[in-house]
Design a protein around this ligand. Structure first.
Ligand SMILES: *Cc1c(COP(=O)(O)O)cnc(C)c1O
Length: 398
């Protein structure tokens, strides 16, 4: 019996040809393919500007710098996320302030934002976790009332949509000030590694162009295309966060596949929702009225009296690869006391934080089931039937 993986990127001959085209063109780092990928991406999400970078982590770092986050500042975000969300805050010398999530959507609970905001708060960093859009209307309302910028960690959310009252719109339009995407192979489309920033602000976009290329005033492409001698200058501290043209060429092919990928992911998620609905005590993910998920991951909540590790092992014994729920950053050693919860001093109990109960439950009782566009219906059926049987066997008293 072959193992069913938890995820699988969809790459083919078109991507291989595109990489070949870039390599044989002689221009391999940030150049014409990056510029074309950016315009196509901006059109896809409906943003005025897009800038490609080396990863979503780099994108988050630059987005926070652009909105003015610096040493001693605070950024309100969630602990329940991949570690890169909080790391980007710390790269700026700022402190992440963690609010809890809502069970079901696994996303930021906007009702906790008010208490989290202090005179030191510089930005709200919300996450569209596992591709499910967070409650942008509520988050933006708080942000506007406090005059705070909103950065969207849309690492997983390419192709997800929201309806905030004026029709369905792609995540990344953006609805906040800046949205950041990832093209890591675990996400919905991939360039090996890579990221993208979208914004409607020409000023932010100008800063991204500088920051990703050593703070250099002229891009290689502009200098190369100029008929006059150009001397560049370095007006700001910059980074090397460039995407290569080889990656961008692959990304352009991935973007063409995206609508098909999303359609199949949504179909598979609907089949899970239906097939798993009869299992007692299993919490299925909730897609709110305002959201359409790309289902980057499909995460269910196990009954709390059943061991997550045992269920994952039992699935693995049946050649089904699943994963535990999203991590909680405050529980990880490198965070030390470089975080706090609303009203608390920095630091706290990393194993059991009273204000992050739902986040901890999501990590301890959530499991991510296999979902990828090439998944055969029969394989998904095997996951559904096997999980149902395992949970029946493990239920205490049965
Ligand atoms: C994957 C991920 C990131 C990091 O993306 P990279 O491109 O690997 O840097 C950041 N935030 C979230 C929520 C993610 O899932």
């Amino acid at each position: 019996m072959s193992t069913i993986p938890v995820a699988l990127p969809l790459l083919g001959e078109e991507e291989a040809q595109a990489a070949r085209r870039a390599i044989l063109s002689g221009w391999v780092t940030q150049g014409p393919e990056v510029a074309a990928f950016e315009s196509e991406f901006a059109v896809f999400v409906g943003a005025a500007h897009a800038k490609a970078v080396s990863s979503c982590t780099a994108a988050l770092h630059m987005a926070l710098l652009a909105v003015g986050v610096g040493p001693g500042d605070e950024v309100v975000t969630v602990s329940h996320s991949f570690v890169a969300t909080s790391n980007a805050v710390r790269y700026c010398g700022a402190l992440p302030v963690f609010v809890d999530i809502e069970p079901g959507t696994w996303n930021m609970d906007p009702s906790q934002l008010d208490r989290a905001i202090t005179a030191r708060t510089k930005a709200i960093l919300c996450v569209h976790q596992l591709g499910m859009p967070c409650d942008l209307s509520a988050i933006l309302a708080v942000a506007r009332s406090k005059g705070l910028p909103v950065v969207e960690d849309a690492a997983c959310a390419i192709g997800s949509e929201v309806n905030l009252g004026s029709g369905w719109e792609p995540i990344g339009k953006p609805h906040g000030d800046i949205a950041c995407f990832s093209f890591h192979p675990r996400k919905v489309i991939t360039t090996g590694d890579g990221g993208m920033l979208t914004t409607n602000s020409p000023e932010f976009d100008r800063q991204f162009a500088l920051l990703r290329q050593h703070g250099m005033s002229v891009s290689d492409l502009a200098r190369h295309g100029s008929g006059k001698v150009v001397f560049e200058s370095y007006p700001e501290l910059g980074y090397n966060y460039r995407m290569t043209d080889i990656q961008a060429a692959v990304g352009r092919e991935q973007l063409k596949r995206l609508p098909g990928i999303i359609a199949r992911r949504r179909e598979l998620a609907a089949r899970y929702q239906h097939g798993l609905s009869a299992i007692p005590g299993l919490r299925l993910p909730l897609e709110p009225q305002f959201a359409t998920s790309n289902w980057q991951s499909y995460c269910v909540g196990l009954p709390e009296d059943i061991s997550q590790r045992d269920v994952l092992q039992a699935l693995l014994d049946e050649s089904i690869s699943a994963r535990r729920g999203v991590m909680c950053v405050h529980r990880e050693h490198p965070m030390g006391s470089a975080w706090r919860c609303p009203g608390d001093e920095p630091g706290g109990d990393p194993l059991c934080c009273a204000q992050l109960v739902e986040s901890e439950k999501a990590q301890d009782h959530g499991i991510i089931l296999p979902l990828y566009p090439q998944m055969a219906d029969a394989d998904q059926e095997r996951v559904i039937v096997t999980l149902a049987r395992i949970l029946k066997e493990k239920r205490p008293g049965c």
